[in-house]
Write a protein of this length. Structure first.
Length: 131
């Protein structure tokens, strides 16, 4: 089931990001607007576009989120492998994406402070001050 959903969501996310898909969506809106006078700008005419866009948006949220989750997980695995491959890298950073936001912020703050103390964060200090 996971493999089928992943395959479908990947294809749909790729398809949704194509220029032709955007042109198709614009054409649907234009046809809907042009058909307004034919249907007397009725409530049903408005309901058709509202219902259609709501359904598409609802489904696309799940498909795109699935694709993003897989991409982020793959990126984490690749980064973990780079950490393992670099001789002086600190392996304790592998898997920190599973920590809480507060824990990650503390690690980031400690790294930024270390960069400033060691004189390697010249541009970093300016960025921190802008926050």
């Amino acid at each position: 089931m996971d493999r089928i959903f992943s395959s479908i969501s990947s294809c749909m996310a790729t398809w949704a990001g194509q220029p032709l898909t955007f042109i198709l969506a614009v054409m649907i809106i234009v046809i809907w607007v042009v058909s307004g006078p034919v249907f007397g700008w009725s409530d049903t005419w408005q309901l058709v576009i509202n219902t259609g866009t709501t359904i598409v948006t609802f489904l696309m949220v799940f498909l795109i989120q699935n694709a993003q989750n897989r991409d982020a997980s793959a990126m984490q695995v690749k980064l973990d492998e780079l950490i393992r491959a670099v001789e002086n890298a600190r392996n304790e950073y592998i898997g920190i994406e599973h920590l809480t936001d507060d824990e990650i912020c503390r690690i980031r703050d400690a790294l930024e402070a270390n960069e400033l103390e060691n004189g390697r964060g010249h541009g970093l200090g300016q960025l921190i001050e802008r926050r």
